[in-house]
Design a protein around this ligand. Structure first.
Ligand SMILES: [Zn+2]
Ligand SMILES: [Zn+2]
Length: 336
């Protein structure tokens, strides 16, 4: 059997495939890149050739401009490209719109680079698809037993209950622009909130892009319209977390400040940001999803790219899985 490192190995620029001569989610410009998803730490501008799902390519173009790469190769879920005997297939990762695991096959060996992923249902993207493999490369952003994300529908009900209790207050939800904001909107719709949701201007392009790819967001309107005199009493406003402390928020009626993030599990973080209504909603696998995925796949080896590597590696050891931490520098999943 070929050593898996012959097929995929960590380099300073990221995970590299020597026989196929490409990188996966490189953190610096390279000749050939396969990109798992559109978050900025994984999808960077300046590569010569980029292969990714149509959604991810559209997200990159929206964020960096059409010239974000020399050439692009659109790879739909399930489609395979072969190069020098190396086959690359993208399968859903369940993380954000267009997010994919990269399945690399060569001479009977299968390595799956999962990128960022989660296992629970997300109305904005297809679910993670488990692929049997020799090596499973996983993140470990929430790789500690303390991280157990609650039911997202229950978290969203907290917002609606708060609106019933404080109908005169604006409910201002902090959410990151790619993935989280659109998922929150969809979850609010599923919970029965049919009214217009007001959104910060920073979300407009990505919201439109999600709609273009068939994710229905319902009635939205800008919350940043200077001409509008309303104080948004009793309304829901979604904005980037960084803007929650801005002067901008003064227009709102005694706002209830909420923040949707896996990190809201850590009370100190909620306090630090003066978040009144922390919503533990994450686009990453929690401890149970990480360990459940490893138990389900039972790969020959587990490689851990970033996050809380030690705890997950220790779990692997206790459960008879061989694991190693790659400690790849450059992936920042603070933005969840
Ligand atoms: Zn991500
Ligand atoms: Zn990431």
């Amino acid at each position: 059997m070929i050593r898996p490192e012959t097929l995929i190995c960590p380099k300073p620029a990221g995970l590299y495939c020597p026989p196929g001569d490409f990188y996966i989610d490189p953190v610096r410009p390279v000749a050939r890149a396969v990109i798992t998803h559109g978050h900025a730490d994984h999808a960077r501008a300046g590569h010569e050739t980029v292969a990714a799902t149509p959604q991810t390519l559209a997200i990159m173009a929206a964020r960096y401009g059409e010239g974000f790469a020399g050439t692009v190769r659109t790879l739909a879920y399930g489609e395979t490209i072969a190069r020098d005997g190396v086959e690359v297939t993208l399968v859903p990762a369940g993380h954000v719109l267009g997010s994919a695991q990269v399945v690399v096959r060569w001479q009977g060996l299968t390595v799956v680079v999962s990128g960022d992923y989660k296992r629970r249902r997300d109305p904005t993207c297809p679910p993670f698809e488990p692929v049997p493999c020799d090596v499973f490369v996983t993140e470990a952003t929430f790789g500690l037993p303390v991280f157990r994300h609650p039911d997202d529908a229950e978290e969203i009900r907290k917002v609606l209950r708060s609106l019933e209790q404080f109908p005169e207050r604006t409910h201002l939800i902090g959410a990151y622009a790619l993935g989280k904001a659109q998922r929150i909107i969809c979850l609010l719709r599923e919970a029965g909130w049919e009214r217009t949701i007001y959104v910060h201007g920073a979300f407009e392009r990505l919201n439109a892009l999600y709609e273009d790819f068939g994710v229905k967001l319902g009635p939205l309107a800008p919350a940043t319209d200077e001409a509008r005199k309303s104080d948004f009493a009793g309304e829901i406003v979604i904005a980037p977390p960084g803007s929650l402390a801005d002067r901008w928020t003064r227009r709102f009626a005694d706002p209830v400040s909420a923040f949707a993030s896996g990190w809201m599990r850590v009370r100190a973080r909620a306090r630090q940001r003066a978040v009144e209504l922390p919503l533990v909603i994450s686009d990453h696998a929690d401890w149970d999803e990480l360990t459940g995925t490893l138990a389900e796949l039972a790969p020959g080896e587990v490689w851990i790219t970033h996050g809380r590597e030690e705890a997950l590696a220790r779990w692997c050891e206790l459960n008879g899985l061989s694991a190693k931490a790659l400690a790849i520098v450059g992936y920042e999943d603070e933005e969840d």
